[in-house]
Design a binder for this molecule. Structure first.
Ligand SMILES: NC(=O)c1ccc[n+]([C@@H]2O[C@H](COP(=O)([O-])OP(=O)(O)OC[C@H]3O[C@@H](n4cnc5c(N)ncnc54)[C@H](O)[C@@H]3O)[C@@H](O)[C@H]2O)c1
Length: 332
C-alpha cells in the first residue's frame, strides 16, 4: 500500500482537513504552525501540541499522547493527523501504528525536510537513549498533503537542511537533477519530484531490503556528523555525501555535487569541517560504529558513480576511516 501524495494550497488544505474530521480527527501538531491552521483545529480538544518536537520524540511523550487520545475516546475507525516537521510526523505515525494496533493517519509535513523526505514513506518511530529512531514501526500514511505555504516561516538553517536532502535526490535521479540545475524551476515542482521519487522507491521496496536504501546516500557519515556536531539532519547529510564521494574518489559525482550545491544555493561554510571548532574525531567514528546499516565489520554504503547511477558497496569501517581521514579538508 502506498500513500496518496497531493500538493495543496493553504485553502485546499483547510478543506481537506475539514473532510478528515468525519468521523473524528485526532492530531499531533507542531506548535510553531498553529497560526496557519483553521480555528476549529487550533481550539480542538483532540490535539496534542508539541513545542520541542525533536526533544519530545521519545517514549515518554509517546505514552502521554497515546494516553491522551485513549482518554479522549479514540477508536479504530478514527483518523490521526501529524502536522509538523519530520519529528512530529514520525511521532504521529508511530502513535497511529500502535494505538488499537493501527489506525489510519494523514501526514501534513510543514518543513522542507518533511516535504521531500521525512513526512512519508512509512517509517515511524521515536528516539531512545541508545540512539535515534531505534524504536518504531512501518506504517504508511493514507494521504500526504504538501502545502508549501508552510515554508514561508522556516528559518534559513532549516531551509538549508531540507535543500541538503534535495541535493541527495538530484544525485540519485537525472530527472530531478535536470529540474534542480534549472534555477527557474519553482521549488514546489522540485519538492513534488523528490517526494514522488521516494514514493516510487518505497512502493518497490517498502521494508528497505533493496533499492529504497539508495535514499540513505550520505547518511552513514551524515548521522555521525549530526551526532557529533549537533547540526540539522540535512546539513549533516550534505557533509556526509561530500566527504564520502571525495574519499571514494568518485570524481564525476564530486563535480556534480558541486554544481548541484551551487544551484541550490547551499552554504559551503556549513559543510566544511574546518569551520567547526569542536569536532571529536573519536566520538565521530564511535557514532558511525553504531550505524544501523552496519553488518559485522562492514558498512553498506550507497555510492554514486555519476548522476542517476547509484550502487551499493560494503566496506570495512577501518578502510572507510583511512580513506576519509586522508582527505586534507577532513583534518581539523
Ligand atoms: N520517517 C522518515 O522517513 C524520516 C526521514 C528523514 C528524517 N526523519 C526524521 O525527521 C526529523 C527531521 O525533520 P525536520 O527537519 O522536519 O525536523 P523537526 O520536525 O524537528 O523540524 C525542524 C524545526 O522546524 C520547526 N518547524 C516545523 N514547521 C515549521 C514551519 N512551517 N515554520 C517554521 N518552523 C517550523 C520545528 O518546530 C523544529 O524546530 C528527525 O527526527 C529525523 O529522524 C524521518
Amino acid at each position: 500500500m502506498n500513500s496518496k501524495l497531493t500538493a495543496l494550497k493553504q485553502l485546499e488544505l483547510m478543506n481537506a482537513l475539514e473532510k478528515a474530521r468525519e468521523p473524528r480527527l485526532f492530531s499531533v501538531i507542531d506548535l510553531k504552525v498553529k497560526n496557519m491552521l483553521p480555528q476549529w483545529l487550533q481550539f480542538s480538544p483532540d490535539v496534542f501540541w508539541l513545542n520541542h518536537p525533536e526533544e519530545q520524540k521519545n517514549l515518554e511523550v509517546f505514552e502521554q499522547i497515546t494516553s491522551f487520545f485513549l482518554k479522549q475516546g479514540i477508536q479504530r475507525g478514527h483518523m490521526i493527523a501529524g502536522i509538523g516537521g519530520g519529528a512530529t510526523t514520525d511521532m504521529a505515525g508511530f502513535v497511529a501504528a500502535c494505538i488499537h494496533r493501527g489506525v489510519k493517519w494523514i501526514s501534513v509535513p510543514t518543513t522542507l525536510m518533511g516535504m521531500v523526505d521525512a513526512g512519508f514513506g512509512g517509517k515511524t518511530g521515536v528516539n531512545t537513549n541508545h540512539g535515534k529512531n531505534l524504536i518504531g514501526a512501518f506504517h504508511m500514511p493514507e494521504d500526504v498533503w504538501i502545502c508549501t505555504d508552510f515554508l514561508k516561516t522556516m528559518s534559513r538553517m532549516e531551509i538549508l537542511s531540507g535543500r541538503g536532502e534535495v541535493l541527495k535526490y538530484a544525485l540519485l535521479s537525472s530527472d530531478i537533477h535536470e529540474l534542480v540545475m534549472n534555477t527557474k524551476t519553482p521549488m514546489e515542482e522540485i519538492i513534488m519530484a523528490c517526494a514522488s521519487f521516494k514514493m516510487k522507491l518505497t512502493a518497490e521496496d517498502f521494508r528497505e531490503s533493496g533499492s529504497r536504501a539508495y535514499l540513505n546516500l550520505g547518511h552513514t557519515l551524515g548521522h555521525a556528523f549530526e551526532h557529533t556536531l549537533k547540526i540539522p539532519h540535512g546539513i549533516a547529510v550534505t557533509m556526509g555525501i561530500k566527504y564520502l564521494l571525495k574519499a571514494m574518489k568518485l570524481d564525476a559525482a564530486v563535480e556534480s555535487f558541486e554544481e548541484i550545491f551551487k544551484s541550490l544555493q547551499l552554504d559551503s561554510e556549513k559543510v566544511d569541517l574546518s569551520n567547526y571548532e569542536r569536532f571529536d574525531k573519536n566520538a565521530f567514528w564511535s557514532a558511525l560504529n553504531h550505524d544501523k546499516k552496519k553488518t559485522g565489520d562492514g558498512l553498506k554504503l550507497v555510492l554514486v558513480d555519476s548522476v542517476g547511477n547509484p550502487r551499493f558497496e560494503v566496506l570495512p569501517v577501518a578502510k572507510l576511516r583511512t580513506l576519509v581521514e586522508a582527505l586534507s579538508d577532513f583534518k581539523t
